[in-house]
Design a protein around this ligand. Structure first.
Ligand SMILES: CC(C)(COP(=O)(O)OP(=O)(O)OC[C@H]1O[C@@H](n2cnc3c(N)ncnc32)[C@H](O)[C@@H]1OP(=O)(O)O)[C@@H](O)C(=O)NCCC(=O)NCCS
Length: 135
């Protein structure tokens, strides 16, 4: 996978993008972390990263590059990934409280709020913890 493509998307879509070191730590696929990508014309335009335990999955990152947003790709990638998970898995994720596009996506796909983590992010914003049981 082309590390620079991930780095470029990460900085275009997130104000608090993962650093190159953070990306480098997850991309090789260690510690049960898997990355799924959307490719168009041999270029990565989106990705989903998740850490998979025995029954619990932590969705670490989901991004669609700016020019490709609002075309259904985020929803498709998320559902494609969820369909790969065994029945009875639990999926958890954190999302910024102000990130309405992402929250809408997750709620529409059956995630529910399970917790709030005050000042979870570096800029002091709270995280919503969302979860979904795969059935
Ligand atoms: C969140 C993100 C992955 C959604 O991907 P996308 O391809 O743009 O979204 P889709 O076109 O598949 O839309 C799917 C759903 O997301 C929600 N959504 C997407 N953009 C939205 C917006 N601007 N406002 C409100 N809801 C929005 C809607 O529920 C939409 O479903 P609908 O069109 O049936 O209403 C994308 O906007 C993104 O990369 N954002 C920046 C990174 C980020 O915040 N990632 C999530 C971190 S937890």
């Amino acid at each position: 996978m082309d590390f620079l493509e991930f780095d470029g998307i990460e900085h275009r879509v997130f104000e608090d993008a993962w650093s190159r070191e953070e990306l480098a730590a997850v991309l090789p696929g260690i510690n049960g972390i898997n990355t799924w990508v959307v490719e168009l014309n041999s270029h990565i335009v989106g990705y989903l990263m998740a850490q998979e335990g025995a029954d619990v999955v932590h969705l670490l990152n989901l991004a669609i590059d700016l020019p490709w947003q609002h075309r259904g790709l985020g929803k498709k990638l998320l559902n494609f990934y969820l369909d790969t998970l065994p029945k009875d898995s639990e999926v958890n994720l954190e999302v910024k409280r102000s990130n309405w596009p992402a929250i809408h996506l997750y709620i529409n796909e059956g995630f529910t709020e399970s917790n709030i983590l005050p000042r979870y992010y570096a800029d002091g914003e709270d995280a919503l913890v969302l979860k979904k049981e795969i059935c």
